[in-house]
Design a protein around this ligand. Structure first.
Ligand code: EPS
Length: 399
């Protein structure tokens, strides 16, 4: 990730979240609306907690844009926390007369324990405020800009939930997008519209209602649920990333971006770990050629990446998210002060945040692909990038 970079700052219950996004070329149409649309999508999802009723995320574009177009300079975004007025004492930047007592019972599965030991804090709030997934709002904001850049080149990125607990969707990208059915991309788009309307971001309606029932049951028990989602990028040109060096491989960038999202435990491309179950003759996607359409394949087990490079097929990424570690029926833990066995502390939280994670992962994939595109074709402005893009070798793909 060498061309488009970003840093975020901010605590979950602090005043605001911020990001500086560097490397976006000049001349890209960009409005606050483009960012808000994505932020709104991230706040969705059956199973989210009361915090989302407080926040209506809007990121203000502070720098890098003039008259609705990027300048090529760093884009600074600011998102104010609406919950801040309730936390001015507890999260005060300045020292206060009566600080709140420390939180000392780390939640198993959370950053609490290792963070407390590593940073020598005796108050877990000093860890959890930054490890909170609230920060991912800024990744979505930065990703919205990358998404806008990719849309100039026809690249689209969308995802859906395909599993919560053991409830599985029967409509997955690998099935729908494999084969040389001319309508497969339209079918996928249709399916995504259903997922977009779904409270749990799942296109399969049977799975959707079963998932909602599971979320209700988990909430009742004071438990949380993880799951699996898939993200697909369409119209990615051939040759993003490279086989020549480990840190230039597109799949490596994608894996890092996905694993970097709070609570993600595994990332797969295409068939993923399924490649271990069958011989090579059944794993690899044979190539065919037809006039005038060009190259085509009968399947996409590679998930659009071969040799660390995009191969022109849809990129299919699947990610598994663990259940959130904040349980309202907490697990056993140890009080870091007295060293007595106690229950982990309880905070207001979400029962299931997998539908929100879809939007975060889309944003991260957008940043990775925008970086890879700028890396491949270069250009300081969109106009220049388009000249370079049009000069790419024309590889007609069957779809
Ligand atoms: C989170 C705990 C909850 C979530 C939060 C992530 O926040 P709170 O403690 O304020 O109830 O809602 O996610 C967001 C605020 C968000 O915008 O996604 C955590 O501990 O990670």
């Amino acid at each position: 990730m060498n061309k488009i970079r970003f840093l975020t700052a901010g605590e979950s219950h602090g005043q605001a979240l911020m990001t500086i996004l560097e490397g976006i070329p000049a001349g890209l149409d960009l409005t606050s609306e483009d960012i808000e649309d994505q932020l709104r999508r991230r706040q969705r999802g059956y199973g989210r907690g009361d915090r989302q009723k407080i926040e209506q995320d809007k990121a203000k574009i502070m720098t890098g844009v003039r008259y609705g177009k990027t300048l090529g300079s760093p884009i600074g975004l600011l998102l104010e926390n609406k919950d801040w007025p309730n936390w001015t004492e507890k999260m005060s930047v300045e020292p206060v007369q009566n600080p709140v007592g420390p939180l000392q019972m780390p939640r198993p599965g959370h950053a609490d324990f290792a963070g407390m030991v590593k940073y020598r804090h005796d108050d877990l709030r000093n860890i959890l405020e930054r490890s909170s997934a609230r920060e991912t709002a800024m990744r979505v904001a930065a990703g919205a800009v990358a998404r806008k850049l990719l849309s100039e080149f026809g690249i689209e990125i969308y995802g859906q939930v395909i599993q919560i607990e053991n409830i599985k969707s029967s409509l997955t990208a690998l099935d729908v997008l494999s084969g040389n059915d001319k309508n497969r991309v339209d079918k996928w788009r249709e399916l995504l519209q259903k997922a977009e309307q779904s409270p749990v971001a799942c296109a399969d309606q049977q799975a959707e209602s079963d998932i909602m029932a599971r979320i209700d049951a988990a909430a009742e028990r004071g438990d949380t649920l993880g799951g699996i989602y898939e993200i697909v990028a369409l119209n990615v040109p051939v040759g993003l990333g490279s086989h020549v060096h480990w840190d230039r491989r597109l799949d490596a960038w994608i894996a890092m971006a996905m694993m970097g999202i709070n609570a993600m435990k595994s990332v797969e491309i295409g068939l993923g770990k399924g490649v271990a179950d069958i011989p090579g003759s059944q794993v690899h996607d044979e190539l065919f050629y037809n006039e005038p359409e060009g190259y085509y394949r009968l399947r996409n087990a590679a998930g659009g990446i071969e040799g660390g490079m995009s191969n022109g097929e849809p990129i299919i990424v699947r990610v598994a998210m663990k259940p959130l570690p904040t349980l309202s029926s907490p697990l056993r833990s140890v009080d870091a002060g007295s060293k007595m066995s106690k229950q982990a502390f309880r905070e207001r939280s979400d029962v299931c945040a997998v539908p929100a994670a879809v939007v975060i992962a889309e944003a991260m994939l957008a940043i990775v692909l925008a970086n890879a595109l700028v890396d491949k074709i270069g250009g300081d402005s969109i106009a220049e990038m388009k000249i370079h893009y049009n000069g790419l070798p024309h590889v007609p793909l069957g779809w």
